[in-house]
Design a protein around this ligand. Structure first.
Ligand SMILES: NC(=O)C1=CN([C@@H]2O[C@H](COP(=O)(O)OP(=O)(O)OC[C@H]3O[C@@H](n4cnc5c(N)ncnc54)[C@H](O)[C@@H]3O)[C@@H](O)[C@H]2O)C=CC1
Ligand SMILES: O=C(O)C(=O)Cc1ccc(O)cc1
Length: 305
């Protein structure tokens, strides 16, 4: 799979940028990858790891002559970074970002884009609870979706960016801005908030660090603690910038929670049973459609029911 750029600049050298770099290397990318991160410590670590062909001390130097510039900073920082680099972008280049929220990033970045530069926002639906330049790995995007939100961008530039993500191992799907933010509120943002809350509740009872809690917890609570270990800056920004969609889904979530709470209080076993039956069918549908590549098959083969 050929990569349609000669020079790629990654701004913000954390989990996503470092994974992109290693995936580019794995894909045999022959061009140059430049990088920039705000802190000296991150730049030093990146240099020590051999992350990027050249790490610059200024974002402006990193983006000069780049054919593709990808903003890999927390969503709340996208606007400021775009403002700084915009005058130095090469005419005809593509500017992209990997932020978890799209409407606010588009609003913050678009006004600064010079004529002739193509802004094509993206969002790889892949990550871990780890952050920083040493957390990345080449296979992070393999068989994961990368959502492309062209928002009226040039078709050729959009196709080139899709080829780029395919080379990194991802599948691409185009999405409209508002729809993206609502879908991500459902599948990613509110699940993270629930995990943060559940671990907080257990901590309020002084039980999280209690050996018994971890020792006897089934995978569910352990997964909550994994998710709740995600980067606080990144997730603060997600909720501040995807306010409308996350509040909408949170409203629906609390309504359902109150309904289940009532069913428990009144002893309405039928309601609980019916609810859990419906949700179990959803999970089975995901597995049957081959959409959960992480699901254990217990030796039955992924296609087995
Ligand atoms: N972590 C995840 O699982 C996923 C994250 N994303 C999105 O990707 C973006 C990057 O996330 P990660 O790589 O996980 O974060 P990270 O915390 O690992 O890395 C962020 C990098 O940006 C740098 N940075 C922060 N503010 C900056 C600024 N003002 N100027 C320049 N550099 C700055 C940090 O020093 C760090 O090097 C975020 O917008 C996030 O929403 C998207 C998909 C998955
Ligand atoms: O680690 C997990 O479980 C994730 O959900 C990763 C993730 C985090 C943020 C995104 O915008 C997309 C994917």
């Amino acid at each position: 799979m050929s990569i349609p750029y000669n020079r790629v600049a990654l701004i913000g050298l954390g989990l996503i940028a470092s994974s992109m770099f290693w995936a580019l290397k794995r894909a045999g990318f022959q061009g140059q990858v430049t990088g920039y991160a705000r802190s000296q410590a991150t730049r030093d670590t990146a240099r020590r790891l051999g992350l990027c062909d050249h790490v610059y001390d200024s974002a402006i130097d990193a983006v000069k002559d780049a054919d593709l510039v990808v903003l890999c900073v927390p969503v709340g920082a996208m606007g400021a970074v775009a403002t700084e680099i915009a005058p130095y972008l090469k005419p005809g280049c593509t500017l992209s970002d990997v932020g978890s929220v799209k409407k606010s990033v588009i609003e913050a970045v678009s006004p600064h884009i010079p004529e002739g530069v193509h802004f094509v926002p993206t969002h790889p639906m892949a990550g871990t609870e780890h952050s920083g330049p040493d957390s990345g790995f080449a296979s992070l995007f393999d068989n994961r979706w990368c959502l492309i939100v062209p928002n009226g961008a040039d078709e050729d530039a959009t196709r080139r960016l899709e080829d780029f993500w395919h080379a990194l191992g991802a599948n691409c799907e185009r999405m409209e801005v508002q729809h993206h933010d609502l879908v991500c509120a459902v599948v990613s943002h509110i699940p993270h908030l629930i995990a943060y809350t559940m671990v907080g509740v257990a901590d309020d009872l002084n039980r999280v660090t209690d050996q018994e809690v971890i020792k006897f917890s089934a995978a569910g609570f352990r997964d909550f603690t994994r998710i709740a270990a995600s980067d606080p800056t990144m997730w603060r920004d997600v909720f501040l910038t995807n306010k409308e969609a996350t509040l909408e889904i949170l409203g629906r979530f609390t309504e359902e929670l109150f309904a289940l709470q009532r069913a428990i209080r009144t002893g309405d076993g039928d309601q609980l049973f019916d609810y859990f039956t419906r949700t179990r069918a959803i999970r089975r549908g995901i597995i049957d459609a081959g959409q959960d590549t992480d699901a254990p098959d217990f030796g039955r083969g992924k296609a087995a029911k």
